[in-house]
Each structure stands twice: as C-alpha cells, then as structure tokens.
Design a protein around this ligand. Sequence first.
Ligand code: ZN
Ligand code: ZN
Length: 369
Amino acid sequence: MRPNEMAAILHTDPWTVRLGAAPYPVPEPGEAVIRVAAVGFCGSDGHDFDTACKRPRIPGHEFCGTIEAVCGESPFTAHDRVAVDPVIRCGRCPPCRTGQENMCTSVKVYGCLGNQPPGGMAQYVKVVMDNCLPLPAGASFTHATFADPVAVALHALEMCGEPKGRACAVFGAGTIGLILGQLLMRGGARVIALDINAKHLEIAAGLGMEALDANGDNPLPPLSVDVAVELAGGQAPTLDWAIQSAKRTALIVCVAQRPKGAWIPYPAVSRKELRLRGLYAQRRQNFKDAVAMIGNNELVLDPLISGAFGLDDIEQAISCFRSADSVKTILLPNAGAYGGQEEVKASFAHTPSRAGQPRPAYPAMRGRG
Ligand SMILES: [Zn+2]
Ligand SMILES: [Zn+2]
C-alpha cells in the first residue's frame, strides 16, 4: 500500500471480492470521513457479488464507526461514535417532500452496485454528515451494524399493522425475519417463522417464535394467518407459500426483492381477496428508531452474528457469508492486522489503532474531553 492508501475490500470483475488498496477518501463540504469499526454483509451484497462490475468498487452499506475528519460546519467532534444511514435522499423531490423519502427519485445507497458511492468495507469511508447518527453508549459497534436491517424491519412492522392478537408468519428466518419476528412478538402477535435451514429455525425458536421447517421433506403445514411476510425473495417459493398460508382478506408484506417477471399465484390472491404490499428500503425515522432500540438493547442480536473477521480474513468472511447456516457476517476493518483486537461483543468508545500504523493526514479535529 502506498502512503495515501488504505486497505479496502474490492469487488472486481469478474465476480471477485478481495483485499486491495484504495486512496483515502477526501471529504467535501458537508461530508465526514468515518473510521469504520464494523460493517455487515447483507443478502443484497450476495446478489451484487454475483454480478460482474465494470470498475473495482468498495461494497458494504451496513456500517458504523468513529468520526475521523469533517469538511465544514459539523455537530461532531473527533472520535464520536456514529451509525451511518446508508440511504442518501435528495430532500427535494416530491416523495422526499411528502415523507416518503425512501422512494426518493434520485436515491443513492453507499456500497451498492451500480453508480453508487463507495461503501464501508474499508478502513475509511466518506459520507454525508447528515446521514450520521450519534451511537448511544449502550450500543456496541457490532450491534450497530444491524441499524439498517432493524430500520427495514421497523418499516415492515408499520406495514403489518397492529400486531396484537394476530397470527403472523415470517417466510425466511434470516436477519430481517428474525428481527421483525421479535418486533411482532413484542407487539403481542403470535409469530410463526418458516425456513428451510435448521440453524435459522433453531435461532427463531430460541427467540420464542414457533419455528416450522419448510424444506422439501416437510411439506408446508396448513396455516391460516392474518399477516404473511415474505423475506426470501429471488426465485424462492416463499411468496407462493405466503399466499397459500394467508387467511381470507389477509395481508401479504413483500419485503424481499423479486426479479422482473416474478410469478404470483394470482387466483388465490383474487379468491381470498388478499392485500399485497411491497416495501422499499427504510425511512430516516425508521433508522433513528432502530439506533435508539439498539442502544436500549431492546432486541436480541447476538445469536444472529455468525462471525466477525478482519479485512485480511476476507476469504474466511466470504465463506462464512456464503454458508447456508450464516445469518449475519461482520467485517471489522480496523481490527486485526489493521488495528487493535476487537472482540465481537465488545462495546468500546473508540477503535484502537496499532502503534505506528499510518493514519491519513486529515486536518486535526478536536476530540471530546
Ligand atoms: Zn442491507
Ligand atoms: Zn428525493
């Protein structure tokens, strides 16, 4: 690595994800540079990795860390711990002005495929300061990587309506399913989690959900639920199952994305007068509420963490992420070879750096205390 470079994960053509180097990000007015403490892999990263990309890019949208540098007026001081909302909204278009900013017509997401700004799978990342939320003292960095999926689950919860006394089925006990299941239970719903993976079902059962094995040897049991949430997406048969399992006039909430031309068993939708709701990303208020909930330890997140790795262990991290049993794989970009030892469950004020490790030459910021 050259002096002005940092360690970063690069997704390169064709279908390769490896450790590389990238220039230190330089903040522009209104931006902050974050020293990334932890970054989660999301299901959408898997879809992105499976796609060829034209230029090397830095992935990762579920990240948090400490303020390293800012450009212009800032409410932050050096080393402030922050969670970063990965969704950049313009604030001016009609959806933004009517409180539906998740549908912003020029929405950008850090670290996603396409013409999007670099993500958090690097030692440093620059972000719009407005997207940084102070992290409560009670939130560890590893838990804070869940802020985005918790925000999506909170957005889905709004769509599910009043949970009290209702039977809700979540089809797919991955990260969002396991979080949404907890939120629905807190609201007084009976929650049934369906998955084809024994490990995911074990976690769901451990969290108090009724866990149902839906793999090929175990045909879908007859269910009659008020709300069915589809979380697997892609070509998975879960949307079909959700529609089969719904009682008359039930609500189907489609959280996961499906490809163009995806098939819907329409006769059942019509015959049972089902209501289908799509969902896209999350709103800023969802993200704020998610950070507060994580700070108050209102959700059980540790069983969802399948492994945490330094940048130099990217191959292990990818195989953990790709394994069928994994729920959430986390990278600690400034741990291991690039910084101090950081425990998976550690809650700390500032990521330690290894003595003598080069740091970018950002103008000095005054720290707190
Ligand atoms: Zn995500
Ligand atoms: Zn907008």
